[in-house]
Design a protein around this ligand. Structure first.
Ligand SMILES: Nc1ncnc2c1ncn2[C@@H]1O[C@H](COP(=O)(O)OP(=O)(O)OP(=O)(O)O)[C@@H](O)[C@H]1O
Ligand SMILES: [Mg+2]
Length: 255
């Protein structure tokens, strides 16, 4: 048996991107290990969606390189697209179709055999079997998000990008999405997610990176990030800083 050192599933080096005068990304570097969950944190407008769009080949970087599952996003965007799926910040389900029809449509677009069975399996996996024949327009936010994520799993992508997967969901629906994401990583899928919810990153992510003023200003496990700040002194217990405190200390006031 040979052992191989796992190449990163995602490698980002020196990525820069401007929109006209607005220099959004100023040299972004990070790596994501295969089968891990990587959370990208940042304030509104920090450039999280911009990074996701570059990694999913929807947008070309101005400088730097990014490699996803062995393919370069600018030199081999087709190779990247073959191994990824993207669940965007805004749900991409077709409201006129039923949940099941949405899934069948994607399976057909991906030229898979047995689209009906694929759809039924995913409906079951995401607790949507009963709602499957209903128009997606009638779904709650949580159901729509689950359907959206289910659609993005068709074809078993190696790397999945989730841009704010739980924004706008109630606590229960968020936990359902977290369970789905955790299951994905357990099965070997690499997950890069962006989030505004610091507890989401604390719960889910193997590594957390903070994007601020165009650069990654912190990147590590939760335990490593906690070491960036001294534990607060309290009378009886030693209080560990929360990720929220670390985030705010690093990012500073947003004024
Ligand atoms: N197509 C575009 N043209 C001009 N400016 C853009 C464009 N897309 C994004 N921007 C700007 O780039 C910056 C980064 O946007 P981006 O959507 O990547 O941020 P974000 O971190 O995803 O924010 P949010 O948390 O609000 O989703 C913002 O200031 C935004 O207004
Ligand atoms: Mg965004």
């Amino acid at each position: 048996m040979t052992t191989t050192v796992a190449e990163p599933a995602i490698r980002v080096q020196g990525i820069e991107k401007s929109y006209k005068e607005l220099h959004v990304l100023r040299g972004v570097d990070f790596e994501v290990a295969p089968g891990s969950i990587f959370a990208l944190l940042g304030s509104n407008g920090a450039g999280k969606t911009t990074i996701v769009r570059i990694l999913s080949t929807l947008l070309r970087p101005d400088a730097g390189t990014a490699n996803v599952h062995g393919s370069d996003v600018t030199r081999d965007p087709g190779g990247v697209r073959d191994s990824i799926s993207l669940t965007g910040q805004f749900a991409a389900v077709d409201e006129i179709l039923s949940g099941r029809e949405n899934l069948v449509l994607v399976a057909k677009l991906r030229h898979l055999k047995n689209p009906g069975r694929i759809a039924d399996d995913l409906l079951a996996q995401f607790n949507l079997t009963e709602a499957g024949s209903r128009r997606a327009a009638t779904y709650s936010g949580g159901m729509r998000r689950r359907l959206d994520i289910a659609m993005s799993l068709i074809g078993q992508p190696k790397v999945i990008f989730l841009d704010e997967p739980t924004t706008g969901l109630d606590p229960e629906a968020r936990i359902e999405v977290w369970q789905v994401v955790q299951k994905l990583a357990t099965s070997g899928t690499t997950v890069l997610l962006t989030t505004q919810y610091l507890d989401e990153a604390e719960q889910l992510a193997d590594r957390i990176a903070i994007l601020h003023q165009g650069r990654i200003i912190a990147n590590g496990t939760l335990a490593e990030l906690k070491q960036l700040l001294p534990p607060a002194e309290v009378e009886y217990v030693e209080k560990q800083p929360t990720l929220e405190e670390i985030f705010l200390a690093l990012v500073g006031d947003k004024s």
